[in-house]
Design a binder for this molecule. Sequence first.
Ligand code: FAD
Ligand code: NAI
Length: 490
Amino acid sequence: ASDSEEKDLVIIGGGVAGYVAAIKAGQAGLKVACIEKRGSLGGTCLNVGCIPSKSLLNNSHLYHQILHDTKQRGIEVEGVSVNLKQMMKAKETSVSGLTKGIEFLFKKNNVEYIKGTGAFQDEHTVAVNLIDGGETTVRAKNIFISTGSEATPFPGLTIDEKKVITSTGAIALQEVPKKMVVIGGGIIGLEMGSVWSRLGAEVTVVEFLGQIGGPGMDAEIAKMTQKMLTKQGMKFKLNTKVTAGDDSGEGVKVNVEAAKGGKEEVLDADVVLVAIGRRPYTAGLGLDNIGLETDERGRIVIDQEYRTKIPHIRAIGDVTFGPMLAHKAEEEAVAAVEYLTKGYGHVNYGAIPSVMYTHPEVAWVGQNEQELKAAGVKYKVGTFPFSANSRAKTNLDTEGIVKFISDANTDRILGIHIVGPNAGEMIAEGTLALEYGASSEGKADHSSNRLEKREADRAADVARTSHAHPTLSEAFKEAAMATYDKAIHY
Ligand code: FAD
Ligand code: NAI
């Protein structure tokens, strides 16, 4: 269909990276086409990732709260039960509303949507195997690769998305399993483990490292979070590795042993969730045809402007370096199109927030204590517990803390870590502060070094900014205060 006209830009993969780039390019007046093989736009995030998982997290939390947290609020409820079919339907409604919304935005911005699987024929031509049958080729001056990522499989266990599942199966189970073993205590393991634990499954998380949440999470915050999730009923085996699995019987057997070797144990489960990370996806893309290689972790190698070694071919999102997050993919998409159309773009990789949508939520931006220690940076810490925050107390939702880490000399903010109610919304203020080079207080009286003083004076002050009362964000302000002085309410 598109053989005749050459495009300014063709994008392979219509996930967050690809669809945002397509819209941005359309807005800039480029002739653009986006190839997507799924039959639906929005990629992993909208179809089987961010959106469906948050729908289930929200509704399973409501259910759990109604079961366990209404009496003290003066609300008597009876006969509460889960209608899993309806919960899944609510999830599907959110997903289809959003993915169709992107099709509408494509039309609005003159983006051609090609439904099919794309593969490089040569450096300027992509062959597309169309979903509706047949083939076509598209020629383009520029090509973006945004083919995303896939779940890393666990050797010895065959994923059937029913008994041995990835996150894709975990958002679509048709009944609540009795026993679920989760391999990997990272973000997917904890979010999806939370969902099924709240709905009644006995969930055991096996994690190789000595902390949950993956290496980015501050160790102190991870420890507190683990306590809270344990209280909710989840079980954890840290410093433990899965050595083998057997899915030949009715259920699944999982062999685990201490990470450093030693004690062995066999765990029985109805369902095993494999959540040991994701890897870039480039299968069938024909990279060989154009001589493009991936690194040892399967990532497409790019320069600062997202260019591969073939300069008119760029790669963005999960398929290349950096954290595998939707908002990171989105930033890169905008920047890559701007590099193309204007010659410059901006992504600050030091200020990309992370949020884990459990209850309470965990959110952070910048560096954590263990990273700063390893780098030998001198820092100071201020914390404030939600148990001393008026709004959290009013809401009877007081678990968690805000933790500020600032440079010991300049007061500049290095990292902000929150576990607590609405942490995911609150971290936006921290991200803005970090992006602006703000400091906790912003006054450098305590420094005798003129350069340091100027550095700190230039910056904005979190602790000296008025925060509305009563809000959870006052805990944020008071944690900033606690880095150089005492908090008022604690
Ligand atoms: P993808 O979204 O994976 O999109 C790539 C698209 O390319 C896919 O639709 C695929 O079908 C298509 N494709 C691949 N090869 C071809 C080809 N040859 N031809 C045509 N099309 C092709 N991130 C967050 O920031 N917040 C969250 O809350 C969050 N929750 C998540 C929950 C889960 C369960 C999972 C798995 C991930 C979650 N993520 C979250 C991560 C987020 O989904 C990804 O970072 C994001 O989707 C990356 O976008 P992308 O466009 O690079 O890749
Ligand atoms: P992850 O990298 O977050 O966590 C994987 C965990 O598995 C690590 O803690 C690792 O130590 C552990 N592990 C690895 N091999 C193991 C083994 N053999 N035995 C026991 N433990 C083992 O990966 P995850 O949770 O699969 O998520 C993938 C990515 O998806 C995330 O890194 C994130 O980028 C994205 N995501 C983001 C979400 C969000 O932003 N809220 C939600 C879900 C996913």
